[in-house]
Design a protein. Structure first.
Lengths: 408, 371
């Protein structure tokens, strides 16, 4: 076993560190204040590159290297590369990054279930140079979150169309999206087996953007309510077409598995940033006033926190590494995701305490990090849901089930 | 990055797991624990597990600390006393391989292989800077073919036949130490059991004035003046990680036990594990253990000097010790009043984890090294 990064992983880390420092951070507090992505940022040429990150190479995607012209990194297909990159993004500003135009979680669903023509149309819109393009993933409803099998948005077949009815909540970039991957059920009682996925295009009759939902953190990201009122979706946009029902739910679960390590990586990156900010402030201000004994204690605590961050990073890397090899990583992913989010919350909160009033200064946005941090626990399944999944998995696979394995 | 284990690592982990399965469990009463330990050690020598540090060192791939950690974690399932005896032996050999000449190492390896009373291998660890350490105050002098250890509380049996260690020399300055390696029958004016409420199978004794006389039945194989700081940094790093592996092994076995209990114990008309609060707690324990374990695995990687990074190892051990203590404490809590009874071993695992923290050089001391 080795935790050393390969040359390729190291290059990706360096490029995304540059992206975080030079592209995200300068606009971070402005975006937080505005509640949207500043237009000047959207006008930067590098945004066209960032839109390609989650687009498969086959459709012209991938991150085009800045340091090595002509080289493309396939982040969509390589989970380890993706988590290495996403940690740097978290170090910059996660909320601003996910508010930027990109295919979001809709990409893996489209890649897994859409027809080749629809895949081409969908992915082309992110690489054809026609300007910013957003997509959204619409599963959550007002009363249905972690238990996604209980969604109530309905889908009814009507000739060459499907009619969608219902309301989705907490949809990131929903108000801006040109494409929305929507999950709806043909029969509520069938639970997971009744769930189908649809790709709804902006402008489809019956697709209405509702109100924006105010949040304490992740303010650059627009979270919206999306309404589907007799929304007529052509059958070619039915992402489970040609398959039996239920594959929509499976696809969504696979998507979550694929993206959860990214959430963990964002949390790790943000924790790293918080530690760095806190050290900086303490060295500038705190150390001057603190006596040697209390400074030692603070320094030791910062070391402790850094070690937790390292553990979170390694767990996340391992989960991504397993994903890339097709090993069942569900438990590892849940462990990593729950732990990363918990560590991030703890690290940011303690760093805020250490920094004191200086944390409110614009140059050290610890206060923003603390607000943002809670989102990592909620994104892609809450920490508690992951913990329940871990325990279920342990109860199924406990070593005690192996005869003779347990000695005393 | 690569999270695969090598074939050697998998081989030794499986060998250890097979041994644990085949070995009869230690007696519950503790009265005949020492005899059980001797039998278990003899059995494990036959399978090669007990000497795997030697095998790894002499193998083609070189020494593999991660393999030893994996073995230790498996052995912790069986008995902590056994695990500590294994650690002592492995660390003796590892420490010798760091600081002793090739010739002495060969003689040491040979002595280990042929030693009739294998549990008697003792590693005396220098803790000159600590007032809390068990070996505090230990001094060693070597003169006139006689090795004298003034005072030590160790895990030795009364019939200790083998001793390897370092301690500040009575003659040297604070930064110097004597390394010694002696085998045969020692003379100890006073050997009395230390009153330690801990390992059920491994005797802990207070030995005062241990003497090795170089003669027909006893040999002082070598003594070398050593750089004290370098010794602590290099050998100490591996030692810290092996203690961490033991603690993680104990925490895992406590979690497994609590999981089983939560499946069978009914409360409010359903198994404990179906209560959400219990399920969340079990997951939290698993997460803590997994986070400590992955840190340990990463810390086993060798630095530029061929050994783990000392600071990283000390931090890792601290983290693992705390995680293991929390995990075992939560597992104990889950059993309610039963966790307090000797019918269930969870309480003893918790106690043993705390003992390992003290035995290994005290976590506070380790923390102060980090500052």
């Amino acid at each position: 076993m080795t935790s050393e990064l390969t040359a390729e992983q190291q290059s990706v880390r360096e490029e995304f560190n540059w992206f975080a420092r030079s592209v995200l951070r300068p606009y971070s507090s402005q975006a937080d204040r505005l509640g949207e992505v500043p237009q000047e940022l959207l006008d930067l040429p590098v945004i066209a590159n960032s839109m390609r990150i989650h687009v498969p190479i086959a459709f012209g995607g991938g991150w085009q290297s800045i340091n090595t012209p002509g080289r493309t990194y396939d982040l969509a297909a390589n989970s380890v590369l993706r988590v290495v990159a996403m940690e740097e993004i978290g170090y910059g500003d996660t909320s601003l990054f996910i508010a930027l135009p990109w295919p979001t979680l809709a990409a893996p669903v489209v890649e897994a279930l859409a027809s080749p023509e629809l895949q081409h149309r969908f992915f082309s819109s992110f690489v054809d140079g026609s300007g910013p393009c957003w997509a959204s993933f619409a599963m959550t409803e007002k009363n249905v979150g972690s238990d996604a099998t209980g969604i109530s948005t309905t889908a009814t077949r009507d000739g060459d169309f499907w009619i969608l009815n219902g309301t989705k909540w907490f949809i990131g970039s929903g108000a801006l999206a040109s494409w929305v991957a929507v999950f709806a059920t043909t029969n509520v009682r069938l639970r997971r087996f009744g769930i189908h996925a649809f790709l709804v295009e902006r402008g489809t009759p019956g697709f209405v953007v509702g109100r924006r939902l105010p949040t304490s953190g992740f303010r650059a990201l627009t979270l919206s309510e999306l309404k589907f009122e007799n929304c007529r979706v052509p059958t070619e946009n039915h992402l489970t077409s040609g398959r039996s029902g239920g594959s929509g739910f499976e696809a969504s679960m696979r998507t979550f598995d694929q993206f959860r390590p990214s959430v963990g990586a964002w949390a790790v990156g943000a924790s790293r940033a918080a530690l760095e900010y806190a050290r900086e402030i303490l060295l500038q201000n705190g150390a001057r006033h603190a006596n040697a004994h209390s400074w030692k204690r603070v320094a030791a605590r910062l070391d402790d926190l850094a070690l937790s961050v390292q553990a979170a990073r390694l767990l996340n890397w391992k989960a991504a590494w397993m994903l890339d090899r097709g090993i069942d990583a569900t438990q590892e992913i849940s462990v990593a995701k729950a732990f990363c989010a918990e560590v991030a919350t703890q690290v940011c909160s303690e760093c805020l305490d250490f920094a004191g009033r200086a944390a409110m200064a614009g140059t050290a946005p610890l206060e923003k990090l603390v607000r943002d941090m809670k989102a990592f626990d909620h994104l892609e399944g809450t920490g508690d849901i992951h913990r329940l999944m871990i325990t279920r998995s342990m109860l199924r696979n406990s070593p005690l089930n192996r005869e003779g394995d347990f000695i005393r | 990055m690569d999270f695969n284990f090598s074939e050697i690592q998998l081989h030794w982990r499986k060998a250890a797991a097979d041994f644990v399965v085949s070995c009869s469990p230690p007696p519950a009463d503790g009265a005949s624990g020492a005899h059980w330990l001797e039998r278990a050690v003899a059995d494990s020598r036959r399978t090669g597990v007990f000497d795997c540090a030697l095998a790894l060192e002499s193998g083609d791939t070189g020494f593999d600390l991660l393999a030893i950690c994996l073995v230790v974690e498996e052995l912790a399932r069986l008995d902590t006393g056994f695990c500590v005896a294994f650690l002592n032996r492995s660390l003796c050999y590892r420490a010798a391989s760091f600081f002793m000449s090739q010739q002495v190492r060969r003689s040491f390896a040979e002595a280990l292989r042929t030693m009739p009373a294998p549990v008697g291998a003792v590693l005396i660890w220098p803790d000159a800077n600590s007032n809390d350490s068990p070996s505090s105050g230990t001094t060693v002098t070597l003169a006139d073919s006689q090795l004298r250890i003034d005072e030590v509380i160790s895990l030795a049996q009364p019939d200790t036949t083998f001793c390897l260690g370092w301690a500040p020399s009575a003659d040297s300055k604070a930064d110097g130490a004597i390394g010694f390696l002696a085998s045969g029958n020692s003379v100890a004016p006073s050997i009395e059991p230390a009153s330690v409420d801990g390992f059920r199978t491994l005797p802990v004794n207070r030995i005062t004035g241990l003497l090795y006389n170089d003669g027909p039945n006893t040999r002082i194989h070598c003594s070398e003046a050593l750089d004290f700081a370098q010794l602590l940094a290099s050998a100490g790093a591996e030692r810290a990680l092996l203690f961490a592996a033991t603690e993680i092994g104990l925490a895992q076995v406590a979690l497994d036990y609590a999981l089983d209990y939560s499946r069978t114990r009914i409360a409010f008309d359903k198994p404990l594990c179906q209560h959400q609060a219990v399920a969340l707690r079990l997951a939290e324990v698993a997460i803590r253990i997994k986070s400590a374990r992955i840190l340990l695995w990463a810390a086993c990687e060798r630095g530029p000097l061929g050994t783990p990074d000392p600071k990283q190892a000390a931090q890792c051990w601290n983290y693992c010790a705390r995680a293991a203590a929390d995990a075992a404490s939560w597992a104990c809590q889950l059993l309610g009043g039963h966790g307090f009874l000797t019918h269930h071993p969870v309480a003893s695992w918790l106690r043993e984890i705390h003992m390992l923290r003290l035995l290994g050089g005290q976590s506070l001391e380790s923390e102060s090294n980090l500052q």
